[in-house]
Design a protein around this ligand. Structure first.
Ligand SMILES: *Cc1c(COP(=O)(O)O)cnc(C)c1O
Length: 471
């Protein structure tokens, strides 16, 4: 399998080459040259596999530069009951007739990002050891991504993490999750500023090519193909749990922000998984809902980006969306580049409403969308608790609200549960008048000793800090 860029660059690369890279050299995103097809007999055989072995089978279709025995060992080390809380890893929970929650949030940081990030940590360690190289991951987080990255990389050979976050702006639970890590290779940096300051610092450091090369700076953002590929697995696992035979179809609803999660659903469907609809659920930041309804993709300015009670979906543009548009346009790299490079830079928007490709998007690719607001979240959390005794988080609530608008008789609807309610306690209390349940292993984490360095929002200071901690 070779990988290409969505912007038409002529390079073709192998998996381990793109594993440690971010964007392609032309600014595009990497995708496999084709989507391997899974036939009926294969899907039937996969029905009996444990999650780790299913992951190995799917990953093997995309990775041919890691020996099979090593890849299998990596999958079995990653997807264990000890790390993900259940033997099924992503168990399906029936809600009402025809509607299920697929639980993706029982990993170390209680959000679905663990499913991809835990694999990434093991792949990074494997490849860096093989090359005899080191990597210093620099990131900015307002919560979920940073903690998932730290829990994936803690204690890994060859990797250090420098994670900036806006001082005092994460929830106490999120701060405790990250700052209580005592691993030597994990560096929490609380920046005296807001999230945008953290992001600007990461950009400035990454744009200093000399510094970047000397200190081997890398990232783990959601455009990494390996993360997307890891997420494809739970679409197959959800389908297998919800059906008995391969002539049944299911639909998925995905609480969406950067379009990474639902893009993995698009890849699974493109591989032949019998998926009817892929329902994109957004919150008030409805860039994606607007596109799927109108054909217009319009990125938002920061004044136009709302802070909501499902904060992990608060995006101004959807960084993985380019992958789908590339497929939608028949994999035309020049056109994709014209849209994402030229048109977005000039006009902040592009319009595919009159393009025949857009008109057939729902039919050919199954995409539909919907939107949920703070009031919808509160009502959905309350209703789900009262009727089913199940507490859901704010992002999952956005998904459930939109899923109900798209359910069709005879087609099971699987709503992806992207986080546990304990991570967003304030809104749960607002909805239910009581605190969310806390898994036993997180009892009292707020009072654990914290390992964090407070620094000013100053690029030079952050660089000096990194330099003095890389040896
Ligand atoms: C990251 C995240 C999302 C959004 O996922 P994307 O892949 O960016 O679309 C939704 N819910 C939660 C809880 C998240 O952490």
């Amino acid at each position: 399998m070779r990988y290409l860029s969505t912007r038409g660059h002529s390079d073709r690369k192998r998996f381990c080459e793109i594993l440690l890279e971010g964007l392609a050299p032309d600014g595009g995103l990497y995708l496999p040259e084709h989507y391997p097809q899974v036939d009926d007999a294969t899907l039937t055989a996969w029905r009996n596999l444990p999650y780790a072995d299913l992951a190995f089978e799917i990953l093997s279709l995309y990775i041919d530069d890691i020996p099979a025995a090593d890849l299998l060992a990596i999958c079995r080390k990653t997807y264990t009951e000890a790390i993900f809380g259940t033997a099924k890893i992503v168990p399906l929970r029936p809600l009402e007739s025809g509607l299920y929650l697929e639980a993706l949030s029982n990993g170390p940081t209680l959000a679905f990002k663990d499913l991809a990030m835990q694999l990434l940590g093991n792949l990074f360690e494997y490849e860096l050891t093989r090359r005899g190289e080191e990597l210093n991951i620099l990131g900015a987080t307002s919560g979920d991504t940073g903690s998932a990255a730290e829990y994936a990389m803690r204690g890994k050979k060859g990797v250090r993490v420098f994670m900036t976050s806006p001082k005092g702006r994460m929830s106490p639970f999120q701060q405790a999750q990250m700052f209580s890590l005592q691993d030597e290779n994990i560096h929490n940096i609380a920046v005296e500023g807001v999230f945008d300051d953290c992001q600007d610092i990461v950009k400035a450091v990454s744009n200093d090519l000399e510094f970047k090369r000397q200190y081997k700076i890398g990232t783990v953002n959601s455009i990494n193909w390996a993360r997307l590929m890891a997420q494809v697995v739970y679409y197959f696992a959800g389908y297998i749990q919800a059906t008995k035979s391969n002539d049944e179809t299911v639909s998925f609803t995905v609480p969406s922000g950067n379009f990474g999660n639902v893009c993995a659903g698009h890849v699974a469907r493109s591989m032949g998984l019998p998926v009817d609809k892929l329902v994109v659920a957004t919150n008030e930041n409805d860039v994606l809902d607007e596109f799927f309804r109108s054909g217009v993709y319009r990125v938002r300015g920061s004044a136009d980006t709302h802070e909501t009670s499902s904060p992990s979906m608060d995006i101004s543009k959807a960084s993985n969306f380019e992958r789908f548009v590339f497929d939608l346009l028949g994999r035309d790299g020049d056109r994709t580049k014209a849209l994402f490079h030229d048109q977005l830079a000039e006009h902040g928007r592009f319009d595919l409403s009159l393009d025949p490709a857009f008109k057939s998007a729902a039919q050919r690719y199954g995409f539909v969308s919907g939107k949920s607001t703070h009031a919808d979240r509160l009502a959905t959390i309350r209703d789900t608790y009262q009727r089913f005794g199940t507490m859901i988080d704010t992002h999952t609530a956005d998904g459930l609200k939109v899923a109900r608008e798209q359910v069709q008789p005879g087609v099971p609807m699987l709503v992806l549960e992207t986080a546990l309610p304990i991570k967003f306690a304030a809104t749960i209390e607002e909805a239910l008048g009581k605190s969310p349940d806390r898994p036993a292993r997180f009892e009292g984490i707020e009072s654990l000793p914290k390992r964090v360095r407070v620094l000013p929002a100053d690029v030079a200071v952050i660089k000096r800090y990194i330099a003095s901690n890389v040896h």
